[in-house]
Design a protein around this ligand. Structure first.
Ligand code: PLP
Length: 412
């Protein structure tokens, strides 16, 4: 694999875009690496994508296990989704009013999703969560929020740390350990808390992902009820990959507000906050607006995406492909003397190496996998999509065998 074009595009990008690229992938462009950094030799610019594959600007083709960080759930360039979008585009794109698709999608979501009596749309998960939080504050008349350490809920100041973010941004937020019911009780007991914001399971970057204990969610509900705090579930990442009615249906969570994004429109920008009927009045009183929030093609894309997800045993396919992948990787690793730590649901596995403190082994593996034609992330969870087939997974396991054998030869 060669990355000649990627290297020069990245150099150009750095002249006019801070770091050249955003998010996790920016660390390559930074002079100092971060522990979550990606490998040095890696694709950076994409030329085209189809099914579960993409081709980078150097013509290298990969089986993609990131699916655009989740969205491409039914596959890149899915004909049915794209046909609906093209039809919509011929009528227009962004207007002063929503189209009937907006309403039809809202009806579909309300009838399908767990805990949802109403829905408000936005274009990304961060905004959807912010809308849900504002609704919780409007309903309770309280301002404080409790969230869990290390969880990512998007780019909004109330949950973000780092350079340029100030303490005041998070002055209304208390962070507790995910899964710790005593800490939750303590945090809600002493402060009037509007909402406990939490993901359906602990899905941290660079760490094993933990599933909730059996009685965790019923206890969370009990504690929230005791102190009049609303339960706001962030299903932006895992939504539509575990259960077509959302992860609350999968884990039997009785939430007040639930947010979705990423996979709901197969890559067309769309997210939403959903809520219980009792919160409808508050949701009607808050100000909701975004210039592009009526982007008609996304509603058309979401309707078809959700229809596809509800067909046959498509949820089962995601889990089956995920299990085939992680079983194969485990076998390849042990045959080559590596010990993997695999966690998370099969459709969103996180694959780490044991005793790999600086993620050096994970990075070397991701790079060697990219060279062979499978694209994975060294520290973030991966995403399985409906376009992955058993043959794709077999090929990736072959890539893993070659990658791990080469790492041994190089003494990694
Ligand atoms: C759990 C979770 N919540 C919220 C977000 C923010 O979504 P968006 O990037 O669409 O703003 C993300 C994005 O990665 C996420 O993983």
């Amino acid at each position: 694999m060669r990355y000649k074009n990627a290297t020069s595009l990245l150099a150009r990008a750095r002249q006019c875009i801070p770091n050249g690229v955003y998010g996790h992938f920016r660390s390559y462009a930074m002079t100092s690496t971060t522990s979550f950094g990606i490998p040095a030799e890696y694709p950076h610019f994409l030329d085209r994508a189809y099914g579960c594959r993409f081709v980078d600007t150097d013509g290298n083709e990969y089986i993609d296990y990131m699916c655009g960080y989740g969205p491409a759930i039914v596959g890149y360039g899915n004909e049915r989704v794209d046909a609906a979008v093209v039809q919509e585009i011929t009528r227009g794109i962004s207007y002063s009013f929503p189209t009937p698709h907006y309403l039809e999608l809202a009806e579909t979501l309300v009838s399908r999703l767990a805990c949802a009596d109403w829905v408000v749309f936005a274009l990304n998960g961060s905004d959807a969560i912010q809308l849900a939080l504002v609704t919780a504050r409007a309903h309770t008349g309280r301002s404080r929020v409790v969230a869990t350490n290390g969880a990512y809920h998007g780019n909004q100041p109330w949950c973000s740390k780092g350079l340029g973010r100030v303490e005041a941004d998070r002055s209304e937020t208390t962070f507790i350990d995910c899964g710790d019911l005593d800490q939750l009780d303590e945090a809600l007991r002493h402060e009037g808390v509007a909402a406990f914001v939490v993901c359906p399971y602990e899905q941290l970057v660079g760490l094993p992902n933990r599933m909730p204990d059996t009685d965790y969610w019923s206890e969370v509900r009990r504690i929230c009820d005791q102190y009049g705090t609303l339960l706001l579930v962030d299903d932006v990442r895992s939504g539509f990959r575990l259960h077509q009615a959302g992860s609350c249906a999968y884990f039997n969570i009785n939430a007040d507000l639930v947010c979705y994004g990423k996979a709901m429109a197969n890559g067309y920008p769309l997210a939403c906050a959903t809520g219980r009927a009792a919160l409808m009045a508050a949701a009607e009183r808050i100000f909701v607006s975004g210039t592009f929030w009526g982007f008609a093609p996304s509603f058309a894309a979401a309707e078809v995406t959700l229809a596809i997800l509800s067909e046959a045993d498509n949820m089962g396919h995601l889990a089956t492909m995920g299990r085939q992948l992680t079983d194969g990787l485990t076998a390849a690793a042990s045959a080559n003397g590596f010990r993997l730590s695999i966690s998370g649901p099969p459709a969103l596995p996180i694959v780490l190496f044991e005793d790999d403190k600086e993620y050096a082994v994970a990075r070397a593996f991701a790079q060697a996998m990219a060279h062979r034609g499978s694209f994975i992330h060294p520290t973030h969870n991966w995403f399985i999509g409906l376009a992955h087939t058993a043959e794709d997974i077999d090929l990736t396991i072959e890539h893993a065998q070659g990658a791990l054998a080469k790492m041994i030869r190089r003494g990694i």
